[in-house]
Design a protein around this ligand. Sequence first.
Ligand SMILES: Nc1ncnc2c1ncn2[C@@H]1O[C@H](COP(=O)(O)OP(=O)(O)OP(=O)(O)O)[C@@H](O)[C@H]1O
Length: 328
Amino acid sequence: MTAVIEIEGLRKTFRTIRRGARVALDGFDMTVEAGQIHGFLGPNGSGKTTTLRTLLGLVRADAGRMAILGQPAPAALPVVTRRLGAIVESPQFFGNFTGRRTLQLLARAGGVPLDRVEHVLAQVGLRDRGEERVKAYSLGMKQRLAVASALLKDPELLILDEPANGLDPAGIREMRDLMRELAAAGVTVLVSSHILAEIQLICDHVTIISRGKRVTSGPVAAVLSGFDRGEFRVRVADLDHAAEVIRTAGLEVTVHEDHLVVADVGDPAWLTEQLGQRGMWVSELTPLTPDLESVFLQLTDGDTPRQVDVVGPPRNADDVAIELGGQP
Ligand SMILES: Nc1ncnc2c1ncn2[C@@H]1O[C@H](COP(=O)(O)OP(=O)(O)OP(=O)(O)O)[C@@H](O)[C@H]1O
């Protein structure tokens, strides 16, 4: 695998007269490899936009090493810029121009052959709406037009900051389908978001940032499996009695209003047998697999985010080692 984005030890402190020093990035690391749809997740103010702006040379880092498409950034950005598409600030389009005209002007300004315009209009699903004025576009269509403008150069890497922001569920679904199509066409996509369910559906890899530090990264499945405690939701008529039986058998159990949650259930058949032998019939036994939202909340909640690092270049859920520990 080739790394298309490498970030190591990135530091940035903003200093303002009114609010003093604010640490936005505190030794942040991230690697995005070719072909990935990589989700960049973090709570508001955790440093996502600062990372992307720094990577694209819009903000000067205090320290750290960055490379895009194998070239040092920001020094080599002029060299790689033709291979890179990015939407970090919401682009403002002239409302009286049509979508097609807008892209034609951008193509001409960027020295891109005009036939690319029809191609990218089709790619983002705007070919039939290309003759409408941009001011008549919905937010989702404007976002797609922005993506189309970033695709004009036929980039190998597309960086999108919060592309689903402000979109309704249908718009989010369209954006998700578009990203999948781009990835299928061989484009590496880095997409920052705080919409966890979407990231889980769209992305194959994820980096989670909290307070300017990476708290976890790796294949989505591996990150999730690192938080899988083998929990099951169990419904029986007599919750307290069942909890006592399960505890006596050595398993951790928490009693909820109408169900139990049992951790570290190796063999669910054993659990039903234990309860059945005592005349307690299980009406529900559901594995509780963690989703990105619960992992995200565990990692980014509270004053001190836990540092969770994937050791070595992750490939799949089996060869990922996850270390839990305090902040360095
Ligand atoms: N130009 C700036 N001047 C001062 N502080 C800034 C500036 N840009 C960002 N910050 C601060 O740096 C921190 C990180 O902000 P950043 O915008 O990178 O976070 P984010 O993860 O993108 O958040 P959001 O999801 O809300 O966009 C925040 O505390 C923010 O207030």
